[in-house]
Design a binder for this molecule. Structure first.
Ligand SMILES: [Zn+2]
Length: 44
């Protein structure tokens, strides 16, 4: 198995806007493209 991307895809999935797919440098701010607000509520 080769993983040239060097990491679990889940790592960056968390940084991609679920609404428009834009990659977010800072996942803690609303998406600059579609305005999607990240869910910052703690994981239960
Ligand atoms: Zn978006």
């Amino acid at each position: 198995m080769t993983d040239d991307l060097g990491g679990d895809p889940v790592c960056w999935l968390d940084r991609v806007c679920p609404d428009c797919g834009l990659f977010l440098d800072d996942p803690d701010i609303p998406c600059p493209r579609c305005g999607h607000v990240p869910d910052t509520s703690p994981t239960i």
